[in-house]
Design a protein around this ligand. Structure first.
Ligand code: OSB
Ligand code: MG
Length: 372
């Protein structure tokens, strides 16, 4: 692989409905897409998941743009890279943090390598599934009744897991209402996005009789030690999202007992090599993993679907179909769900979907062309 050009583009993508989590709301995504060109003429699209504001991680689309443009892309341009598995180390050396910026490039290299190898991305990385189980992430609603209504519709639509965003004042009682209305069967979980402290441990323990499959990231975004203390005080398994930014943090989670499940978002951990390493480590440690989402366009979703085809992704991912997010996605075919599953594209080499290039070029609000 020999990348000689990378194009960055930002496009606006309006959400069908606003999405609110404990740390902020979004109405429209600013999507950062990358296009990588190999010297052979092969090309691949990828996506950087950084958000609009630094309320999930310290990164934003604007910081990611600067890091890719000024520091990271030059390390790959004009350089011969034997295998995409080597890219993570190239980008890590003396470039601290900025996992999302690095991951946009790193994952693009995997997409490009799979394209050149004429293999579907899922198979190229060792995926074994031909379908992945789908969950939905429900933002904080206006009332418990509205939440019950959304959750009921999700179950009727076939989603295999319903994740409920929570915050103080909209937590145990709201989830209890959903459980009471929907019965014991649906797989329910809660995601707090750091809204609590250890002082809330007794309150969080009230989730224990609601049969949740997990509670995601109740405490601070970079914490492991307090999560370990909390896990000793509640029975509901803790799943870490924000806190897991590398293989080492996943190992620390297991060593400290900070959680029992890992949400892997490839963008959050620096890309596919790191995601696969976390997957493999968790598999041998007996820790289930699932693929999280960041309201990606269909391009980022292609990478999540491929990743989730690895064998230890045993819990349904936040990989909903295109229509859950957008009026029209930027890929063809759009991602669709059948019986609560999304098919892993195995007939097409590379990321498995075609990108609507005209629409992306015409709607780009900024573009940067980077050359060797
Ligand atoms: O915590 O998982 C999260 C979206 C934005 C920021 C953080 C999170 C989320 C989601 C979205 O839950 C899941 C999806 O993409 O469907
Ligand atoms: Mg989360």
């Amino acid at each position: 692989m020999h990348i000689d050009q990378i194009i960055l583009r930002e496009i606006p993508l309006a959400l069908r409905e606003p999405f609110r989590i404990s740390s902020g709301a979004i109405h429209e995504r600013r999507i950062l897409l990358l296009e990588l060109y190999d010297r052979s003429g092969a090309r691949a699209w990828s996506e950087c998941i950084a958000g609009e504001a630094p309320n999930y991680s310290p990164e934003t689309i604007d910081t990611a743009w600067i890091i890719v443009e000024q520091y990271a892309a030059t390390r790959l341009l004009g350089r011969n890279v034997e295998h995409p598995g080597a890219v993570h180390a190239i980008l890590e050396r003396d470039l601290r943090g900025h996992q999302m910026a690095k991951a946009g490039l790193e994952m693009g290299c995997w997409g490009l390598a799979a394209t050149i190898a004429e293999e579907p991305l899922g198979r190229f990385i060792g995926g074994t599934r031909s379908e992945v189980d789908v969950g939905i992430s429900l933002g904080i609603q206006a009332s418990p009744e509205a939440l019950v209504d959304r959750a009921r519709r999700a179950v009727e639509d076939g989603y295999r897991k319903v994740k409920i965003k929570i915050e103080p004042g909209r937590d145990v009682e709201w989830v209890r209402t959903v459980r009471a209305e929907l019965g014991p069967k649906p797989h329910l979980m809660a995601d707090a996005n750091n809204a609590y402290t250890l002082d809330d441990a007794d309150h969080l323990a009230e989730f224990d009789d609601l049969g949740l499959i997990m509670i995601e990231q109740p405490l601070a975004w970079d914490d492991l030690v307090r999560h370990a203390e909390l896990q000793r005080r509640i029975r509901t398994p803790i799943c870490l999202d924000e806190s897991i930014t590398s293989l080492e943090r996943a190992q620390d989670m297991v060593t400290l007992g900070s959680g029992r499940i890992v949400n892997i978002k490839p963008g959050r951990v620096g890309g596919f090599a790191s995601s696969i390493a976390i997957h493999d480590y968790c598999q041998q440690a007996g820790v289930p993993v699932w693929c999280g989402g960041m309201f990606e366009s269909g391009v980022g979703r292609a990478y999540n679907v491929a990743l989730a085809s690895l064998p230890n992704f045993t819990i349904p991912g936040d990989i909903s179909p295109s229509a859950r997010y957008w009026k029209a996605d930027v890929v063809h075919p759009e991602w669709t769900m059948h019986d609560g599953r999304i098919r892993v594209p195995l007939d097409t080499p590379g990321i498995g979907v075609a990108v609507d290039e005209d629409r992306i070029i015409n709607s780009a609000v900024r573009t940067a062309l980077l050359r060797a």
